[in-house]
Design a protein around this ligand. Sequence first.
Ligand code: ZN
Length: 228
Amino acid sequence: MTASTGREEKSEFVRPSSIAESVHEQIYERIMSLKIPPGARITIDGLARELNVSQTPVREALTRLERESLVRKEHLIGYSASPQLTRKEFDNLYKFRLMLEPESARQACLKLTPETLARIESAAADMEKGEPPVDRNSRYSRFARADAHFHDEILKVADNEIVRQAMSDQHVHLHIFRLMFHSRVTQDALEEHERLLTAFRTGNADAAYQAMHDHICLSRDRLVEAFG
Ligand SMILES: [Zn+2]
């Protein structure tokens, strides 16, 4: 288990740098793309064979995924992929975001410096990148993490660690992105982020509040389709 700084997290979704990173990334993609379906059993030796690695990096990856709430470990039974969000959990997560994130965007806007604005801009730019030959699943699962990183950068600038921790404990982005693959989800989100960045660049705190509020509502409306 390694503590990681923001900078390491960033390089992690761009370029897995070691076997452990790469194994984590591959299992993460399978869970996000539902190749490992919600609730499915996950065996350490099965995954080690499939990925052609020893059990150690698989065990490490599962420990980390358990912290991200994407897998569960049950005594004497072992690991399984976490169940999908229920409709009620989904609704509650979005209510929770709406309580915290628009106001945090306003606070962040009031506290921005050229340096912190540059960090937010760079997190936004990361979302449009991705290694050239990545397949759709892997692009999507990286997008989920990059979106989490972008929102977290804003919470960092807002400078309320209690709010930031409450958001990060929910792993909101990983769970909502796991609900559905949808190419519009990524394109629309980028356009909404751009509106937020415009508010930050012009120092318009009310516009930042509104842009974040609208982004969260639109994200909810896109993803609610996953429930049919
Ligand atoms: Zn977003």
